[in-house]
Design a protein around this ligand. Structure first.
Ligand SMILES: NC(=O)c1ccc[n+]([C@@H]2O[C@H](COP(=O)([O-])OP(=O)(O)OC[C@H]3O[C@@H](n4cnc5c(N)ncnc54)[C@H](OP(=O)(O)O)[C@@H]3O)[C@@H](O)[C@H]2O)c1
Length: 301
């Protein structure tokens, strides 16, 4: 059986990848995370506690497992934390990728790397894979630098860029949709920006795209998200509608009224043509996928 390493197996995407790949029963799966394993079902894969910022430990582990693929989801993903802790952000988001790339080069491993819409400045929206990046914050810059290390290395690679991911995890990790739902249910007023537009992504769709690239040895850079460009405020209204909640708790605000350490790109969103054609990405609106997420939550009750 082919061996696959998934870094960040405790994360939103990492957990979903482990679950979907274990079901397929065609791979030997190794999940790596820094904290203890937070998946409920520990069967069908090997979990390894490892800090990917330790280059020796990481390369030794890769040598030992000798995988065909590494899906690299681990990252410092909090945009404001990256802005405030640039050195730590570099070590996780850039230096660890350099270590992975070296190992992939030495052992002929295909690297599937996760990246972000935040590599763009958000002035135009509907970004194509080949548009010129121009990050407005440190997180975006760190992810762009990691992309460039991979591309310049000439290793077999797939870069999958995504936007504002939400979905279910075993440890009830917070995400924007759950935060909005829980806040309104707790009768809290919430302020959401009207001038930042995104194409939110259900984690299941993102995981399926990664698995398609893996199964079919697809190389290159791909955009993966829903196909509905929506403001964060409208997103909240859609969540209220889907879960039958009172939308009067949602207040529209401009970004200028927030005092966040990191700037945000105003309008992102992707042109999805390449992924629809080559990764067979199904084209779904955010509103449609929200219903899937709602059903997943209800099946837990
Ligand atoms: N979520 C989004 O909205 C979004 C949007 C665009 C792009 N992306 C990209 O998609 C990828 C996956 O995102 P996600 O939302 O699944 O991330 P996430 O939920 O924040 O998970 C990241 C995981 O990385 C692990 N990790 C962090 N530092 C580590 C270290 N030093 N050593 C080992 N493991 C470490 C953490 O493991 P522990 O919990 O064990 O510490 C964490 O569970 C990331 O590359 C991100 O940049 C995400």
């Amino acid at each position: 059986m082919k061996r696959i390493i998934i870094t960040g197996s405790n994360g939103l995407l990492g957990q979903k990848l482990i679950k979907l790949l274990v079901k397929k029963n065609t791979y030997n799966i190794y999940g790596i995370s820094k904290d203890k394993n937070c998946l409920n079902d520990k069967r069908g894969y090997t979990f390894i506690n490892l800090d990917i910022t330790d280059p020796n430990a990481l390369s030794e582990l890769i040598e030992k497992i000798n995988p065909c693929f590494i899906i690299h989801t681990a990252a410092m993903t909090n945009v404001d934390t990256c802005e405030l802790h640039k050195k730590e952000c570099d070590i996780i988001n850039v230096d660890a990728v350099r270590t992975l790339v070296e190992s992939c080069k030495k052992n002929d491993i295909h690297l599937i790397h996760l990246s972000t819409d935040f590599i763009f400045d958000g002035k135009k929206g509907f970004y194509k894979e080949d548009d010129i990046p121009n990050p407005v914050n440190y997180y975006g810059l760190s992810k762009l630098r990691s992309e460039r290390i991979i591309i310049d290395s000439n290793i077999k690679h797939t870069i999958i860029r995504t936007i504002l991911v939400y979905g279910l995890t075993d440890d009830n990790k917070n995400n924007i949709v759950l935060w909005i739902k829980n806040s309104i249910e707790n009768k809290q007023q919430i302020n959401l920006v009207t001038d930042q537009l995104r194409m939110p992504t259900l984690v299941d769709d993102l995981a399926q795209a990664c698995i398609y690239a893996l199964k079919n040895n697809i190389e290159g850079t791909y955009n993966v998200s829903s196909d509905q460009l929506i403001s964060i405020y409208e997103l909240a209204v859609e969540v209220a509608k889907a879960f039958d909640l009172d939308k009067s708790f949602i207040n529209p605000i401009p970004t200028s009224s927030l005092d966040q350490p990191a700037k945000r790109p105003p309008i992102t969103g992707f042109d999805l043509t390449r992924s629809i054609n080559e990764l067979k990405l199904p084209s779904f609106s955010f509103s449609e996928r929200l219903q899937v997420f709602k059903n997943q939550l209800e099946s837990l009750d």
